[in-house]
Design a binder for this molecule. Structure first.
Ligand code: ADP
Ligand code: MG
Length: 563
């Protein structure tokens, strides 16, 4: 069985193909959504999901979130006394989702389809695959999130249509224009911003709250800095509240003093004005790149939790003059689509065949030397071979000539990016071919790029005179991952202790209670404290039956202390 995973910046979900349909699988705590948060507990063991998220507030130095934004970078993330890479952190999430499916089906799982933002570049895709490998999953395919959403909406079963997917998650924004034509689902264009998401809206509110709290020196700036996690938590709550209400009012506690904070929907709109305008440009670019006019669209899909904000529907409706489609839960669409892709991959009979194509999100090319009008050589010039937004799989060829007299070899350096200057693009790898000596410009090579839907690039060079071919050089993808590096990561992860699954439910109730203790004040706080003591006592009794009976009751009791 291949599982489908939406590995989100904020939240991750897993689904499987079962009885002819895509079925989301609940985690150990009974939720479909697992927050993409990793923490280290007081015994140095890794915790993942909601209990880790609870500790963002109470143990900020032992907890990390939104690390997907660092995917593909060389960042080292400090968490308690560990130093981890973004792909290592992601692997904990994937592993837990894998185990959730194993617990649900009773079967071992070893293969997955994982979704990635359409905007992810090659390194980011590669690292996502690596994360899968570190979690013990063979990544059968990476699937663009918007394509997954269109599958979830069943649009691959419809006749010809044009679709725009607007996906605003926690940390990424993707716009894709898809076309369903003759049984082929094609991504015509994708654009976006992998540094823009719902969290930015939260931060805009937090900024506004901070100004409120700092007004007339109410709370001095240095103390406000310490309060940052609490202000952010309040801002997040305000944002979600404003999706269904017109005003949010609360207070913040500092030194046993209460400070009022509030925001109206109207004020919210004005503090995120610049964010809203940033959403428009990628939409225009995707439409432009796909040569599809806004009024030709048959469907506009809203995907991602942040599209629950009414200002987003409003913006989209205004831009397209039609109401967007949001009949599926916007958090779940991508994960559902991933399992549909998994079924397609394993050729499940219960699913009608549909051919999926994608687009290459960036231009791929090589470095060349060109000459100016006065015959001076210019080094480091980018020569595109496969242009951005080309449909993939694709294969494209270009001919190049020697630049120097008696040149003996040509070093083909492969880059990804849009700049004419290769120094500004991302270097992917190189291949060297020997050419017969001769005058400059007299020897030629044909360079062929073949790019597949997994984001793997094959570079093939043919020396025209000798007919010698140098090929099968996979510049990107899993195969060129440095094995030593992978093994080092695997060793490191093996040495880490993971919080045992058996006690996770108890732990999560305890962490939640501790968070609520910090968030409440006065009498309520005292009552939460008593719940903590009571439950800790029960846990110490080690009487499993009793613990299980009491846990649910405690959890329900805690509900009333949620702000
Ligand atoms: P990702 O794909 O990045 O993991 P999700 O699609 O799960 O993200 O969306 C997460 C974002 O959605 C968060 O920024 C969260 O605050 C926001 N969100 C979730 N529910 C709501 C809501 N009801 N109103 C406003 N924003 C919401
Ligand atoms: Mg998402």
């Amino acid at each position: 069985m291949i599982i489908g995973i939406d590995l989100g910046t904020t939240n991750s979900l897993v689904s499987i193909w079962q009885d002819g349909e895509s079925t989301l699988v609940k985690n150990l705590l009974g939720d479909f959504v697992t927050p993409s948060v990793v923490g280290v507990d007081d015994d140095g063991r890794i915790i993942v999901g909601a209990p880790a998220k609870d500790r963002l507030l109470t143990h900020p130095s032992r907890t990390v979130a939104v690390f997907k934004r660092l995917m593909g970078s060389n960042a080292s993330i400090k968490i308690a006394d560990l130093v981890l890479k973004p792909q290592e952190l992601s692997s904990f999430i994937l592993k837990q989702l894998k185990e959730d499916v194993e617990a649900f089906t009773g079967e071992k799982v070893s293969e997955a389809v994982i979704t990635v933002p359409a905007y992810f570049n090659d390194t980011q895709r590669k690292m996502t695959k690596l994360a899968g490998r570190l979690a013990g999953l063979k990544v059968e395919r990476l699937l663009n999130e918007p394509t997954a959403a269109a599958l979830a909406y069943g649009l691959h079963e419809e006749k010809d249509n044009e679709i725009l997917v607007f996906d605003l998650g926690g940390g990424t924004f993707d716009v894709s224009v898809l076309e369903m034509f003759d049984g082929i689902m094609e991504v015509r264009a994708s654009a976006g911003n992998n540094r823009l998401g719902g969290e930015d809206f939260t931060r805009a509110i937090a900024q506004y709250f901070t100004e409120q709290l700092n007004h007339d020196g109410l709370i001095p700036s240095d103390r406000l800095h310490k309060l940052e996690p609490k202000i952010l938590a309040e801002a997040e709550r305000a944002k979600v509240h404003l999706s269904t209400h017109h005003e949010y009012e609360s207070h913040l506690v500092e030194d046993e003093k209460r400070f009022a904070i509030s925001i109206t929907r109207q004020k919210f709109e004005s503090v995120c004005e610049s964010l809203l305008s940033q959403l428009q440009q990628p939409i225009l670019q995707a439409l432009n790149d796909s040569s599809i006019a806004a009024n030709q669209l048959d469907h506009v899909l809203l995907v991602g939790g942040a599209t629950r904000m009414p200002i987003i529907s409003k913006l989209v409706t205004k831009m397209f003059g039609v109401f967007p489609n949001k009949s599926l839960d916007p958090d779940q669409a991508v994960a559902k689509g991933a399992a549909i892709q998994a079924a397609l991959k394993s050729q499940d009979e219960s699913i009608e065949e549909v051919v999926l194509t994608d687009v290459c999100p960036y231009t791929l090319g090589i470095e060349v030397v060109t000459d100016t009008y006065d015959s001076k050589l210019v080094q480091g010039v980018f020569s595109p071979i496969i242009e951005r937004n080309n449909t993939i799989p694709t294969s494209k060829m270009q001919t190049y000539y020697t630049a120097n007299d008696n040149q003996e070899s040509i070093n083909i350096k492969v880059f990804q990016g849009e700049s004419r200057n290769t120094a500004n693009n991302i270097y992917l790898g190189n291949v060297t071919v020997d050419v017969p000596k001769g005058l400059a410009g007299h020897q030629s090579i044909e360079v062929r790029f073949s790019y597949d839907t997994n984001g793997l690039l094959e570079v093939e060079a043919l020396v025209v005179q000798t007919a010698e071919r140098t090929s099968s050089l996979i510049v990107t993808g899993e195969d060129d991952l440095n094995d030593e590096q992978v093994n080092k990561s695997l060793e490191k992860l093996k040495s880490l202790k993971i919080h045992p699954r058996e006690s996770m439910e108890n732990t999560s109730v305890l962490y939640r209670a501790n968070r609520l203790y910090e968030q409440n004040i006065g009498e309520k706080r005292e009552l939460v404290g008593r719940v903590v003591d009571y439950f800790t006592g029960i846990l110490e009794s080690a009487d499993e039956e009793k613990i299980n009976a009491v846990r649910e009751q405690v959890n329900r009791e805690l509900d009333q202390y949620e702000l």
